[in-house]
Design a protein around this ligand. Structure first.
Ligand code: 2AM
Length: 180
């Protein structure tokens, strides 16, 4: 028999008001760029991508997450990234966020110490909004009619990604609060 494997990542999960703003922006950009919007319930900011692992790794990941103690912080999503010849459009930050960088570094350190592999690509904070865009957005900053998204980040999660006929479905395995 084959050991059950799971596809996992750590992410900041937006609260409802932020999710609504991001969903509205995704819809706007998808219309403008003839792309496919990420479903509102799937909008998130990846902190570390683990990928496919044996389910026996899950407790190790929970432990790594629980060892991190950081406080909440404000994130301002105020720019757009266009990747892959414009086919992926993501919301990003024009100003580096020190607290977010430190959270990601803590997480990477914990994962390394636990012997867990993760994607070591340079961390570029982003929320993917649209895939398969046929053209780039008119502006690289947010459309003037939509204000930057102010996200008071107060929790993060270990998330499982499962393929469905309608695209990926995400389910949280563990959640951690960022202390206020
Ligand atoms: P993306 O939004 O830029 O595609 C689940 O796949 C999440 O993990 C997505 O947010 C995805 O980022 C992110 N991710 C980071 N590195 C990844 C990788 N190497 N392969 C797939 N997803 C990755």
């Amino acid at each position: 028999s084959v050991a059950p494997s799971v596809r996992l990542f750590f992410a900041l999960w937006p609260q409802e008001a932020v999710r609504k703003q991001l969903a509205r922006l995704a819809r706007r950009i998808a219309d403008q760029c003839a792309g496919r919007c990420v479903r509102p319930e799937n909008l998130h900011l990846t902190l570390a991508f683990i990928g496919e692992v044996d389910s026996s790794v899950v407790p190790i990941l929970r432990q790594a997450g629980s060892a991190i103690h950081r406080t909440s912080f404000d994130l301002l999503l105020d720019k757009l990234h266009c990747w892959g010849k414009g086919s992926i459009i993501a919301a990003g930050v024009s100003q580096p966020c020190g607290e977010l960088t430190v959270l990601v570094q803590d997480l990477r350190n914990q994962l390394s110490a636990a012997g867990v592999r993760y994607d070591t690509v340079k961390f570029v904070p982003h929320v993917t909004l649209v895939r398969n865009a046929k053209r780039e957005p008119e502006q690289k900053h947010f459309p003037e009619t939509i204000p930057p998204v102010a996200w008071a980040a107060d929790r993060w999660s270990l998330v499982q990604s499962r393929p469905t006929p309608y695209g990926s479905a995400y389910q949280s395995f563990a959640d951690w609060a960022l202390a206020s």
